[in-house]
Ligand binder design. Structure first.
Ligand SMILES: Nc1ncnc2c1ncn2[C@@H]1O[C@H](COP(=O)(O)OP(=O)(O)OP(=O)(O)O)[C@@H](O)[C@H]1O
Ligand SMILES: O=C(O)c1ccc[n+]([C@@H]2O[C@H](COP(=O)([O-])O)[C@@H](O)[C@H]2O)c1
Length: 200
């Protein structure tokens, strides 16, 4: 039996905030490894990813290169239609029923889970591991965690970590404005974005 983290995201582009979150989840939930899983068509962003799935996947691959505890999964990129987390967890659980799955997300996603497709299945099949984001206080996160525990019998781990307020949206905006994104993303992702002239 393995404890496997899933770090799902649009990753448009992947940035140091994602890696920072996953590293704390790996450590505090005692995970064997974290699967980074770029989504093809997230329901709330359908048709509005800025660059292709192939570019997003390539950037994630570069970002994970130096960390043996982080692995890449293209499971959601090859699925037609909208991409739902409950479907992904069902696929993983059917393949390897003995593993325990930990779905890693930020506070904004924790607030939205009740509006996702089939939240009960998500809570039945995984533990949620959540990191803070600047828009939400720890009090709000604790309240939401209690609500989810009560409503869905969910298991939630709230991470103890500094908030690193980087977002893909902020990065895309900085590139458009001709500003530097050095230190917002890993060096090789920066080179990839420049070489392929992405987001400008
Ligand atoms: N800086 C951050 N700190 C903690 N969690 C984050 C951070 N950035 C993103 N996340 C979380 O990572 C997951 C994937 O995020 P996503 O790929 O949508 O990045 P994003 O920066 O939020 O993108 P965008 O700005 O385009 O909405 C989400 O659950 C999100 O809450
Ligand atoms: O299953 C859903 O209904 C659902 C709705 C919104 C987001 N998600 C997942 O949440 C993760 C973070 O999404 P995002 O758009 O913030 O990058 C990613 O793995 C998405 O597939 C899942």
């Amino acid at each position: 039996m393995k404890k496997i983290g899933i770090m799902g995201g649009t990753f448009d582009p992947i940035h140091n905030g994602h890696l920072f979150l996953a590293e704390h989840a790996y450590e505090q939930a005692g995970l064997d490894y974290v699967l980074f899983m770029p989504t093809m068509n997230p329901p709330h962003k359908a048709g509005i990813t800025v660059v292709s799935g192939e570019h997003r996947l390539n950037m994630v691959r570069l970002a994970l290169k130096d960390n043996p505890n982080f692995r890449l999964s293209d499971l959601e990129l090859n699925r037609p239609g909208l991409t739902y987390t409950s479907d992904t967890l069902e696929v993983l659980k059917n393949r390897e029923p003995d593993n325990d799955y930990y779905f890693i997300l930020g506070a904004d996603s924790l607030m939205m889970i009740p509006q996702w497709k089939d939240p009960q299945t998500i809570f039945n099949l995984s533990t949620i591991v959540a990191g803070g984001r600047i828009q939400f206080s720890m009090e709000q996160l604790k309240e939401q965690a209690e609500y989810l525990e009560k409503t869905y019998k969910g298991k939630i781990i709230l991470l103890d970590m500094p908030i690193m307020e980087i977002s893909s949206e902020k990065i895309r905006k900085r590139i458009k404005e001709g500003k530097s994104i050095r230190y917002y993303v890993p060096g090789e992702v920066l080179t990839y974005i420049n070489d392929h002239n992405l987001y400008s």
